[in-house]
Design a protein around this ligand. Structure first.
Ligand code: ATP
Length: 326
């Protein structure tokens, strides 16, 4: 096993609250082992373009509470090409980087997998995405903060919804996965949820609106994942307005609000734990894996499994979301 003297760390794809806490943990853990750390700015874009910066323990002071990512993030089409990855490898080699910690989501780990297969730089991933859609970890870094943002918004919307007897559709992030929508709905006391994973939620919503309408209860909150097949809140609003003119419907799209904000305690602990374990894993010769947490234990899952296997929604929570509606 080749000795590791310098680790490159980067954040990539959609930013998520807690990425900074993770970078901090990577830098400080590496420093305890006398391993240098180089921050690669803007994810793969910086790797291809050569945006490198040495990071010491002092450089990551005062960032644990900050949302976003001090290393910045980006989407980088060049990295999807062999030429782009070759350029990235040449730059890493010139920097003397002999291992990587990649903080990001599905796409980031797909890139890392190709990069490792082609050039052999050992890489460990930390799941940094608000979507919580990665197999091999119960929660991803940023998911808890995003859910808390959603719950706060629902609480506020409910007050105005009740005052005006309005039906509110709250659209949350989740193109392919409904984790934020489901957790946000249950914790926010939403009356119904629309999820990309379910294909019968529109007729069920219709039935629900029929029943409520019979009792003249018009103030309800429906949480809609952006990727639901109804087409998001705006499309759904059109359908409801047409079918149920008795409802006064409004839509709120939470959008990028969900990405920002100071990470919750839970996200900071998860990010710190996984950042620490990512470095420890590299130093023990592990590679090509994502560090995650399952049942409160740190687990390494191959990049291939974390990308290709699907994490199912929590069926108990799904059931709860239906049972707890008045
Ligand atoms: P999020 O889940 O928050 O969107 P992500 O990591 O999935 O995060 P992506 O934009 O899908 O975000 O991927 C981040 C970057 O990873 C891409 O911009 C690209 O540089 C690289 N990447 C994605 N897919 C591939 C691929 N098939 N081959 C090589 N690189 C890839």
């Amino acid at each position: 096993m080749k000795q590791i003297n310098k680790i490159g760390v980067f954040t990539s794809g959609g930013d998520s609250p807690g990425m900074n806490a993770c970078v901090r943990a990577v830098v400080r853990t590496a420093q305890k082992h006398d391993v240098e750390v180089v921050g690669i700015k803007e994810g793969y874009k910086g790797m291809v373009a050569g945006y490198f910066e040495k990071l010491t323990s002092f450089d990551v002071a005062g960032i644990i509470q900050r949302g976003g990512t001090i290393l910045r993030s980006s989407r980088c089409p060049e990295f999807k090409t062999k030429e782009g990855r070759q350029q990235a490898y040449d730059n890493c080699k010139n920097q003397g980087i002999d291992a990587l910690v990649a903080i990001g989501g599905n796409g980031t780990f797909t890139g890392a997998l190709y990069f490792e297969e082609e050039f052999g730089i050992p890489t460990i991933g930390c799941p940094g995405t608000i979507d919580n859609d990665l197999f091999g970890t119960d929660y991803t870094i940023g998911f808890d903060t995003a859910c808390n943002t959603v719950v706060k918004a629902i609480d506020q919307i409910r007050e105005t919804a009740a005052s005006h007897n309005r039906l509110f559709l709250v659209e949350v992030m989740g193109r392919d996965s409904g984790f934020i929508a489901l957790n946000g709905c249950v914790a926010g006391g939403g009356e119904a949820v629309m999820l990309p994973e379910q294909h019968d939620d529109l007729p069920r919503l219709m039935q629900f609106l029929d029943e409520k309408s019979q009792h003249k209860i018009y103030s309800n909150i429906v949480v809609v994942a952006e990727g639901d097949e109804a087409g998001g809140a705006i499309q759904l609003e059109k359908v409801i307005k047409k079918e149920y003119p008795q409802y006064d419907v409004r839509s709120t799209i939470l959008g990028h609000l969900q990405r920002g904000g100071s990470p919750t305690c839970r996200d900071r602990i998860l990010a710190s734990t996984l950042g620490y374990h990512a470095v420890e894993a590299l130093l023990k010769g592990k590679r090509n894996m994502m560090a995650g947490e399952i049942n409160n234990k740190v687990v390494l899952t191959s990049f291939r499994d974390s990308i290709e296997k699907t994490k199912a929604l929590n069926t108990d929570l799904l059931q709860l979301s239906e049972i707890l509606v008045a």
